[in-house]
Design a protein around this ligand. Structure first.
Ligand code: MN
Length: 257
């Protein structure tokens, strides 16, 4: 039988730490902008109901408005046309929200080249150095991009040719999506795909291939630098929105000290 008592003791003593991989969710949280002829996602917004006042003398609460894909969020398979017959966010099995995390650290490469794309050869070299990526893993692509997370302009890093942010090559997305049994990919950027991914030979390969192969995306993560290369456990907790394509998500990591 598994020993959750040991885990409880380790949490109490601090020998297992809980790292929050979630970005603050507020009106200024960067969102994806699409070309103006397309539908747009909404910024997060709080709307006050009452705050210890005549509308509610002893209580404070808000309504909130947001897109499903705002801030740190979860992409469910149904988000993409390739996954249209697969799970919506409420249908994702809870066991597939929790898994071991591996961190592929390419912050140096992304700092030198914002269009840096992870390729299969990088993954193979990583596996040679660190062992095979385990079944059911969350693959965390560390790019250092979260340092721009409070500055929407720097975060999008767009010029007249569109956004410039790191991602995966088509071949690498295909490798993870079809040759591995990972849960999905976690990134620090606004979406799992590179900023320039609309112009790839297969546009948006991460969305197309991961979601079409019943794998998930986690975006706008923070604190990936606080995770070990292997050994952390990640818990992704999207809202159980019935019929939803995704959801803002609290993402926590358990890390042994
Ligand atoms: Mn999304």
């Amino acid at each position: 039988m598994a020993d959750l008592k040991a885990l409880a003791n380790d949490l109490a003593s601090g020998s297992v730490q809980v790292i929050d991989l979630t970005a603050p969710l507020q009106e200024s949280t960067p969102i994806l902008g699409l070309p103006p002829e397309m539908g747009q996602t909404a910024n997060f917004k709080l709307e006050l109901i009452s705050r210890y006042d005549e509308k509610g003398p002893a209580w404070y609460w808000n309504n909130f408005h947001t897109g499903e894909h705002t801030g740190t969020h979860f992409d469910a398979p149904i988000h993409w046309v390739t996954g249209k017959d697969l799970d919506d966010v409420s249908q994702v099995p809870p066991a597939r929200l929790v898994g071991p995390a591996v961190v592929l650290d390419f912050a140096k490469e992304a700092a030198a080249n914002p269009d840096f794309c992870l390729d299969v050869s990088h993954v193979q070299a990583w596996e040679k150095a660190n062992g095979a990526i385990p079944k059911g893993a969350w693959v965390m692509f560390r790019t250092g991009w979260s340092k721009f997370g409070d500055d929407a302009k720097a975060f999008a890093n767009a010029d007249e040719n569109g956004p410039h942010t790191p991602g995966l090559t088509v071949e690498c997305a295909e490798y993870f999506a079809t040759k591995t049994e990972i849960l999905g990919m976690g990134v620090e950027t606004v979406g799992t795909d590179a900023g320039g991914a609309f112009g790839f030979s297969m546009p948006f390969p991460c969305h197309t291939l991961f979601l079409g192969n019943n794998k998930y995306g986690l975006t706008q993560l923070r604190n990936l630098d606080k995770l070990p290369t292997t050994g952390a456990i990640v818990i992704a907790a999207p809202l159980k929105i019935v019929g939803g394509s995704g959801s803002p998500c609290r993402v926590l990591a358990l890390v042994a000290k």
